[in-house]
Design a protein around this ligand. Structure first.
Ligand SMILES: Cc1cc2nc3c(=O)[nH]c(=O)nc-3n(C[C@H](O)[C@H](O)[C@H](O)COP(=O)(O)OP(=O)(O)OC[C@H]3O[C@@H](n4cnc5c(N)ncnc54)[C@H](O)[C@@H]3O)c2cc1C
Length: 470
């Protein structure tokens, strides 16, 4: 019996796709990473995931877990491997309003979870452009960030419990709804961010937050990045830490966005160097009660902060959304970032983090080094400025692998000199494996290899991803 026959016998023919039925799964959102999986397995419950891994482990067959396949690092490449899609584990089994938790399957699509909890006046705060496809299993496995880390933290901080099927098919039950649990090693946080190399997440208990009662959303032009940081801190103070998004879109991003989306307008009649998208949320009731003059306190707080900085010349221009349609338009410009980064030509794309006050230095140090490699390269940045996460893309003038490598190294150098990280929120996958080998602390790499070998001795779980060979 082949391994596919064994698995089919264990979980049923309707769970196993091969040939043309499996082919679409060999492609991810980027289209840049393609593979031909041996088969695509779509188990309907944890027991079936366990049965698959038991057989795969015994036969030493590689298994690549997949959720929405919106990852940007080639981490779901499944050449000569079984792809295990968790898409059928899509039940939201409990929304505990009193405990403010949701218990969900790994295949729940993020926007479906958003809709489900909103009905209870709650939010699951994680949000990103791929929310209509990305699933909880993938979001946890990449420890995804997104646009409101500045207020709520990354996915790891939003997860209380996990159910994980280990490489040998045993089920590890960490489905706790506890906010404190110091019972030994923190395995939950080891599995989160492991990109499917240590186990397959089948379910999770997630933290929910109260739904903000109102939002104030704006595009603001600021005279410099240090002034943008001043604005961030002032707004935090004025709104009781209500800043949910603080996104940097320099002139280069606005121009590239207009080029790719010719229908897009604005944000301003004048082009500015430093444009910030801001969203502030009112969680306190009093910030969402309309004043007799028709103004909303959360909007007033934003207007007053911007007004003072307009007067002293540090804010140059500002547009506050007057209705939901305008708010959506502002968000769309930000959420088109995936397309802007990936579909604008021959490119080198990076995902780095630096301390908040070093973003300006990053730009200043990097540009001359890029120009030295390719004087015609076009640089485009979009950054989650509130958490120092910069997505830097170089559109290179020629399809030259050596120049591309040199560009990656230039970004790595600057990040290292500034005390940053070469991987902020997208994970490693295959795209940052070389960087991992070059830049990660060697003792940390050895520790990762030891953990991987202990938990997955046959190296069947997403082999060749995340941890470079010694
Ligand atoms: C338009 C767009 C915007 C984006 N914006 C952001 C952003 O702002 N912030 C951000 O952080 N990311 C962003 N991303 C990247 C991507 O959405 C995230 O990495 C997301 O977490 C991937 O989720 P997914 O369900 O698509 O996972 P997949 O791509 O299917 O998988 C990602 C990784 O997780 C592993 N995996 C999947 N499911 C499981 C499981 N059940 N158990 C164990 N391992 C598993 C896979 O093997 C792979 O290593 C964006 C992507 C796009 C296309």
């Amino acid at each position: 019996m082949t391994v596919i026959d064994q698995i089919t016998a264990a979980i049923g023919q309707d769970r196993v796709l091969t040939g043309a039925d499996a082919a679409p799964y060999g492609k991810d959102w980027t289209g840049a990473y393609t593979s031909t999986p041996l088969a695509v397995l779509r188990p309907a419950n944890t027991a079936e995931v366990a049965a698959i891994l038991k057989i795969a482990n015994e036969t030493k067959t590689p298994v690549v877990p997949a959720s929405g396949r919106t990852g940007l690092t080639g981490a779901t490449l499944a050449q000569d491997a079984l792809m295990l899609s968790v898409e059928r584990l899509n039940a939201i089994s409990e929304i505990n309003v009193e405990g403010r938790t949701a218990t969900v399957g790994a295949g729940v699509i993020l926007s479906n979870l958003h809709d489900a909890v909103e009905a209870h006046d709650l939010i699951f705060p994680l949000t990103l452009g791929a929310r209509g496809s990305a699933m909880i299993g993938g979001l946890l496995s990449t420890n995804a960030g997104g646009s409101n880390v500045v207020r709520y933290g990354s996915t790891r901080g939003l997860c209380l419990g996990l159910e994980v099927v280990m490489a040998d098919g045993r089920i590890m039950n960490l489905m706790s709804a506890l906010h404190k649990d110091n019972s030994g090693l923190d395995l939950r946080n080891l599995i989160i961010g492991a990109e499917g190399t240590l186990g397959i997440i089948t379910a999770a208990v997630l933290k929910l937050q109260p739904k903000p009662r109102a939002y104030a959303t704006a595009m603001v032009a600021v005279s410099s990045l240090p002034d943008a940081l001043t604005l961030l801190y002032k707004l935090k103070e004025a709104t009781g830490d209500g800043v949910e998004a603080f996104e940097y879109m320099p002139r280069s991003y606005i121009a590239k966005h207009r080029q790719l989306f010719p229908d897009a307008t604005g944000p301003f009649d004048t082009d500015y160097d430093v444009n910030i998208m801001i969203e502030v949320a009112a969680t306190r009731a009093q910030d969402a009660i309309t004043h007799p003059d028709g103004s909303l306190p959360v909007v007033s707080a934003l207007e007053e902060t911007l007004g003072a900085m307009l007067e002293d010349g540090t804010v140059l221009d500002a547009i506050i959304a007057q209705n939901e349609a305008q708010r959506r338009e502002i968000w769309k410009r930000r959420e088109d970032a995936g397309e802007v980064a990936f579909f604008g030509g021959v490119f080198v794309n990076t995902d780095v983090a630096v301390p908040l006050d070093k973003v300006a230095a990053f730009e200043q140090m990097l540009t001359p080094r890029i120009k030295a490699i390719d004087p015609d390269a076009e640089e485009v940045i979009i950054a989650h400025l509130g958490d120092g996460n910069i997505h830097h893309t170089s559109y290179i003038s020629r399809n030259d692998p050596e120049a591309m490598k040199a560009l990656v190294a230039a970004v790595e150098d600057v990040v290292q000199e500034l005390g940053g990280s070469f991987s902020a929120e997208h994970g490693i996958g295959v795209s940052k494996l070389d960087t991992m080998k070059r830049r990660k602390d060697p003792v940390a790499l050895d520790a990762m290899r030891a953990i991987k070998a202990a938990l997955d001795p046959n190296n069947i779980l997403n082999p060749g991803k995340v941890i470079p060979p010694a």
